[in-house]
Design a protein around this ligand. Structure first.
Ligand code: ZN
Length: 169
């Protein structure tokens, strides 16, 4: 296994729409394993393939404290969603940036596992947030797209400043 480099905003490749996965082979399994390793190494709770510059519909998540509930969704589609929640989100492509985003409280998602079997996931609360956030990545969207222009500008200035400090320090 190996960790993959994560691309960061405003890299235009984050705007790429992912293609469906059609072949469920050893290469796909290896890629999913690498995505989990990358997510865990970065202390993230979710990662979309878009963020590692692979534009296939693959996302991984693990919302557990013990980091032992890995969930991989391939070709995910939202069947139903309802309710609303505000949750403070972060993103491995926006290091150090957090913002409140309103999303559905519950989602029912149809997807495939690494073997191509159909799975249906009923998610609520933080896991529902995570799945919606990662599915957005696969559609070329990022969480700051939901913010007001003023709030977005503020956060992106902060991101820029942190990068400059990191480069100097
Ligand atoms: Zn993200």
């Amino acid at each position: 296994m190996s960790t993959l480099p994560i691309i960061e905003f405003p890299d235009p490749r984050l705007r790429t729409k992912a293609e469906p996965v059609r072949v469920f082979d050893a290469e796909l399994k290896q890629f999913v394993a690498d995505m989990f390793e990358t997510m865990y190494a970065a202390n993230g709770v979710g990662l979309a393939s878009t963020q590692v510059n692979v534009h296939k519909q693959v996302l991984v998540a693990d919302m557990s404290d013990e980091r032992n509930e890995p969930l991989a969704l391939i070709n995910p589609q939202i069947l139903e969603k309802d309710g609303a929640q505000v949750y403070q989100e972060g993103c491995l492509s926006f290091p150090g940036i957090y913002a409140d985003v309103t999303r559905a409280l519950r989602v029912k998602v149809k997807a495939q596992d690494v073997d191509g079997n159909e799975i249906v996931v009923d998610a609520e609360g933080p896991l529902a947030v995570c799945i919606q956030h990662e599915m957005d990545h696969l559609a070329g969207k990022v969480f700051v797209d939901y913010l007001s222009p003023l709030r977005r500008t503020m956060l992106l200035k902060r991101l820029d400043k942190q990068r400059k400090q990191a480069a100097n320090g």
